[in-house]
Write a protein that binds this ligand. Structure first.
Ligand SMILES: [Zn+2]
Length: 47
């Protein structure tokens, strides 16, 4: 047995389109606290 806690709802990093500010949120985060731009999920590739 290992003393490691697994978090099922792990927070996802979101990165600001504009300034590159990174925040962690479980769902869609608020607009960038730095510049107010839209945040994008860093784990989702953009086509
Ligand atoms: Zn920003």
């Amino acid at each position: 047995m290992r003393d490691v806690t697994q978090t099922p709802d792990e927070e996802t990093p979101y990165e600001c389109f504009d300034c590159g500010n990174v925040v962690f949120a479980e769902d869609n985060p608020e607009p960038c606290s730095n510049c107010g731009s839209e945040m994008r999920n860093r784990q989702t590739p953009i086509e």
